[in-house]
Ligand binder design. Sequence first.
Ligand code: KE4
Length: 428
Amino acid sequence: MKSRKSAALYGRASKVMVGGVSSPVRAFKAVGGSPRFIERGKGSHLWDVDGNRYTDYVCSWGALIHGHADTRVLRFVGGRMKSGTSFGAPTRDEVLLTERICSALPSVEKLRFVSSGTEATMSALRAARGFTRRTKFVKFEGCYHGHADPFLTQAGSGMATLDIPASEGVTPGAIADTVTLPYNDVEAVEAEFKREGESIAAVIVEPVAGNMGVVPPREDFLASVRRACTDSGSLLIFDEVITGFRVGRGGAQELYGVRPDLTTLGKIIGGGFPVGAYGGRKDVMAVVSPEGPVYQAGTLSGNPVAMASGLKTLGLLGKGAYRRLEGASRRLEEGLNSGARRSGLDFSVNRVGSMVGIFFRDGPVWNFRDAKKTDVEAYRRFFWRMLDSGVYLPPSAFETMFVSLAHSDGDIEETVASAERAFREMKV
Ligand code: KE4
């Protein structure tokens, strides 16, 4: 595929933008080569500046559950924008979107909008620390909760992609109260709470990990964490920035029947516009300003454009939506598995709904250590063969492939056929 214009833009970008990109994972560092500069998207497809068309499985990292430039969303947002784009004042759509989120997630009794998932998780942690008056908190290896200082230890997503266990610029003090445990390790959680339970403010967890590839929770993992938090007066924070409205209308907390004290959201609730939110028990959220002493604020929080896009995006997610996503995603999983099997490659897929994680290794992947055994060189080769055949995968072995409602049966069949060819070529 020609990429002359992308390469030229990347050269220009690299002179004035850090790494030539606005977020590290986009720089293709993990897969080599230079990133494709995207001209436009429609439905399940992207076109780059050289005119190449791709079936897209990044979907703005999960935000676009209806696919790119959904006409219904654009029309609704366009109408709202004629009345203005930002007021820095309350609006009706904020209330409507909050009510829609609260009706889907009964654990969310009170909510606050922010402008990114990072803001949501950092604010939720601050609220938990303010409510419990404790400072220590637990996260899990390979989970990614955005780039706020306390979370940047053994994190997933771009940090796993670039293989950096910690970040420069984060002071020892900022992570002194961060306890990082292996994901899905109930014994480690119980031992930590036995030792320190009374000083733990919160546990934050991706109820389905989507930043080390896809790693589902083991049978009793989430319930055990819930019990440990309840027994010690700690708060359970479900980071549903990816899973919220992705794995079902009620998110992972409905899917697994575990009720968190706080939930963080992003991506889908803004339908592709900058958004985040955190919310949960009203007694906990009462500590947040202006009701309580925990300060948090944001110029563009509750931005009317993002609210309109979120309202329409959620409003279009009827019951049939998740059945369709499940069917398409299952066909993708089965096709990838059978293609790899026919080529005799070490390959496995973890899938929860329309979150698909592929690993070039044999055997199950239940945590970050398992995930890191994936053959990243094989992923790189697979990535480029798929890109050259018109399939746009995450440029990292430690991310999630997302299927949208715009992905047709034909898209899935073509993707599986491209994968089959790629597996065969990789075998030789
Ligand atoms: P943002 O600040 O990027 O909006 O959200 C941070 C965040 C929080 N929690 C979870 C579970 C997340 O997955 C994320 C961000 N996701 C990554 C992709 N896995 C964003 C992509 C990027 O960093 O460029």
